[in-house]
Every structure is written in C-alpha cells, then in structure tokens.
Design a protein around this ligand. Sequence first.
Ligand code: NAG
Ligand code: NAG
Length: 602
Amino acid sequence: MWFISVSGRMCVAGLWCLLVLVVTTAAATNLRPPNVLVMLADDLGIGDLSCYGNTTIKTPNLDRLALGGVKLTHHLAAAPLCTPSRAALLTARYPARYGLVGNESTWSIVITNVANRAALPLDEVTLATALSAANYTTAIVGKWHLGSHCSFLGRRCPGPLKYGFQSFFGIPTTLSIDCRGPHAFWIFSLSDPQCQMLAGSWLAVVASVVVVARMLGWRWRTMVLLLLLSNFLTFVVWFKIIHLSKTSFRLTRVSPWLYRLLNSLLVRDGEVVEQPIRLDGLSQRLVQESRHFLAQHAADHQPFFLFHSFAHVHTPMFSAPHMEGVSKHGRYGDNVEELDEGVGSLLEALREHNLEENTIVYFTSDNGAHLEALDHEGQRIGGHNGRFKGGKLQGGPDGGIRVPGIYRWAGHLPENVTVDTPTSLMDLMPTLLDLADLPPLHRLVPQAAHKELDGVSIARLLTGDTPDLPTDQETRVMLHHCRQVIHAVRLTRGQHIYKMYLKKQQWFPGSTQCGWGALTGCDCARNIDDLSHQPELYDLTRDPYEDHSPISPDTDEYQDVVGFLQQYVREWSAKVTYPPSLLNNGSLAAWLPWRQPVCLTC
Ligand SMILES: *[C@@H]1O[C@H](CO)[C@@H](O)[C@H](O)[C@H]1NC(C)=O
Ligand SMILES: *[C@@H]1O[C@H](CO)[C@@H](O)[C@H](O)[C@H]1NC(C)=O
C-alpha cells in the first residue's frame, strides 16, 4: 500500500495537493453559472394557488417554493393566450414585433396544426439560444406550441430544436379538448334538413344515372364509373358541409375526429413517438422525463437549462387514478393538484441531487384562467383569477394576464419575500442572464444585436437591492395587446400603478367573461368598446381590482397620466412597426397534408 511506504514529507505534499484540489474545485463550482429550471403552467389562474390566496385548494409544493423564494404578486403575461405569450416569455419581446399573434380581423390566434408553416421566426433569439451560447445543456419537456417545422411527410418535426433546445420530449402544439377521444366520424341524421337534402340529391343523381344509362344504352362499366364518381362527390360534400361544419370550431377548422388524429402527438427529438397521445398518466411521464434529465446532468461540468412546460391545466382535464377526485373543485381542481404534485416531484429531484443552491427555479403560467371553459357534461373546467376581472383571451383586464410568478435560488435570493411591483414574463431572459452573471444577450448571441428587448432585468428587485416600488423618476410602461392591438397600457411611476384602457371587451351581463362553453372565449375582435377618444384610467394602487369607477377625466391626475401614456403610444407606433400576422397568413397557417406526421410505428 503506497501511502504507508511514502515518506513523511511526501505525505505532507500530498495533503497539500489535496487541499489545493479541494479549494480549486470549490472555486470552479462557484464560477460555474447556476442551472436554470423554468416551470410553465398552461392556463393556470392566479386564484388557483393557495400561496396566492386560494383557501380551498391544496398546492403545498408551490406554496413551499414561494416560501423559499420571491413571490411576484403583479406578474404579467405579454398576451392572454398560449402561442404569443410563450413566444414573449422565451424571446423577451412582444409577439406583435414578429407577427406571432392574431390580427384584428380573422380567426386564427394560435398555431393550430402540427403540419403548417406558422412558427416563431427563426431569427428570433430565445432564452435557449442564449443559454446554449453560454455553454448550457438545454432541454424542453412538455408543451411547445411555437411551430413544428415538419419536413416532407412529417418525417421529422424538430420544433424547439430549431430554437436552441438540444432535446425535446413533448407536445408540439397544444392539448385541446378534442384530444380526449374517441370522436364520431359518421355524422348523419335524417331528421336534419341538410342531411335530408344530401340524401335526396344522392338518390336523384343515382336514379338519373341509371335512367340515362338505360335510355342511351351506355355500357355498364360507364354506369358503374359514374355511380362511383357521384358517391365520391357526395362523400366530399358530406365531409365538408356536414362532418366539418357541424363539428369543427373556428380555431382549427378541423373536426374533433380529425384533430385527434392529426394533432394529438408526442415527439421526441423530432420523431413522433406517440399518436394519438395517451393522456392518462401523461403528467407523470413528462415529470419522469424531466427527473431523468436532472439525474443525468446533476454532476455535469456544464450547467443546464430545463424548461418543463406542463400540459396542465389546459383542457381536456385528465389525471392519473390516484389524483382523481382528490380536490374540492372537480376535475379542474384535481388537475391543479396534479400540477402541484409534478412541481413537488421536480423540486424533490433538485434536492436529491443536491442542486438546490446552484439552480435558479422559476414558475409561472402563460396566461390567466379560461373562465368560460366547460366540458361535455357542463362541468366548469376553467380556473379562477381571484378578484381580478376577466380571463384568458382578454388583453386588458388583469384576469387574463396577471399570473403567478415565483423565483427561487436558495442561498442567493431572499426567502419568503413578496414583490408587488409590476413585472413581466418577458423579464425572464434578462433577469436570468443578470443573476447568472452571464454577458448580456447581444454579446452572447451576436444575431441579437439589433433586437430590442421589452423585458428588463428584475434581478435587483428579486435580491432586494432596490426598493419595492420605484422612485418618482423611474417609470415603466407595459403594453397590453389583444391580438395585435393595444387594448391597455400600464404605468408604474413612483408609488402609483396606473392602467389606461383604450379598448374593452363587452362582457356577458353580470359577469366578467364572454359567455359559457367548451370553446367559448372573448376574441379581442368582436364586441369591443373603443375608448380611445376618452380612455378609462384606474389607479391600481388604490383600486387593485378595478371595483370603483375610473378616475374622472376632469382631474389633473387623469390629464397628466393619460396625456403621458397617449404620447407614449403615439411614439411607440411611430417607432415600432408590426409586421402582418403570421397566424393569419393563409399560406403559413393552412394545414399542409404533405407535412403531416403519421406515426407508423406507434
Ligand atoms: C463556452 O465555452 C467555450 C469553449 O470552451 C468558451 O470559449 C466560451 O467562453 C464559453 N462561453 C461562456 C459564455 O462561458
Ligand atoms: C380556488 O380555486 C378553485 C379552482 O379554480 C376555484 O373554484 C375556487 O373558487 C377557488 N377558491 C377560492 C376561495 O379562491
């Protein structure tokens, strides 16, 4: 045994070497930038979590996360629905700047099919691109919804791999209530006038073909051919006029049957691995995947960025058997509690691998709760936005855009602290680069040099190095778009937070939503009151839930604030041109059969 035979001096030298080694490794681990775990919920309302005041739902893991970090109470999404809000989260830029948002006139407001060309423009720089450039190992697990880029015959659908993510396991577009099948294909009822007409015409055509053929003495082959042709045409007419228009909703223009067939799929690194998705246990499978990633990279020399994008709590509702009926709020509540369980499992993995002190954790939701959502049995399956008015698909009211937001970095950010200053989901990238002490974006990714960011670093707000509300000289303006149109503008100035409405959606009487139904929601385009001649102004510091009448236009305060914000919007519009909506570009948004992935081995 060598250490017995070495001389005393060598032993001392050996110890010294060991010490140096320990010290340098410690220094190296300190120099190594922190890992990043971003957890994004889908359609979760700010009123759905107990750490945000819900007294009847159980979200112990998110509560613990908040206790161990900084809870943002005024955290705002850049859009009231998935695709544009997620794009903004990852790029730190308003989606209207690059057209990944619907326009005022047409129906398409999110990416609707796997097989189309609508996507986040490839020259946009995402958080994953930035962290990749900083030598992070990057991965996304779960919902993507920013463009699939499927190749011919859907052989590969790289999606997020084109935007700086090195691996992807998840859902390329979105879950939709139609993913829960099976759905009827044959829709034909003789009591329906359209069906009667179709059946009548079919009979008439068949009879005429037979009669004419007999009269003119056609060969039977010609007759059979004509009959086949007329049957085929009848099928096409039935499919378009009856199957599609009786079952499709305006968002996707495909029937539930088609939707489930075409768009409900799971992809791993560009290859389709499941079609349609088995929903039961999906949350657990996604969480397992992320846990596996954490285990695999816990001891890496390089830091990692894991983006866990939950399928919950978007419709349809589904949960593993052990989570069924656990909550006091039906299937929706079960889904929230299952989401929380998933969060707990990921946080547990960080603890197990001793990653808590070198991992920045961030949790948020892409937009507010979908108030109108009902399932097929009429059960409410949308969430709760606390006392804030409105919800998903409404640009100005806080219910659609004010979401939970929690940052935790054990040992670096304070614990159990609440920040009430308005912040944005778009602040994520600048904040992470700042906290991790990485170079600014344009230095990391030269392509970003001419990209103006709308998010700012809130690192000092999180660490507590700046007071909670800015001083009188400091202002921050946030624009609240509904589709491409600015519906409201928020100003943080000194001790005040103002919101000016330029447009407002008309609500269903007695509510702050737009009716009821599985696929119902406000639409930012119809039933809008234009207030731009005399905007409404609220002071959210005095009236946080907009319960009282807006500030009177006769006051100096109104003149001052509205004058300032109108000038801001004028300058903004002169400075920033919005390209046409990519989602309403027929050739980009249309379903392209030759790009449709079909999993033959699933
Ligand atoms: C990434 O790694 C390369 C090669 O090791 C190095 O030159 C570069 O400085 C690293 N980048 C950052 C931001 O650490
Ligand atoms: C808690 O959340 C559930 C589910 O969204 C909701 O139905 C309920 O009204 C909320 N309760 C409270 C007290 O906020």
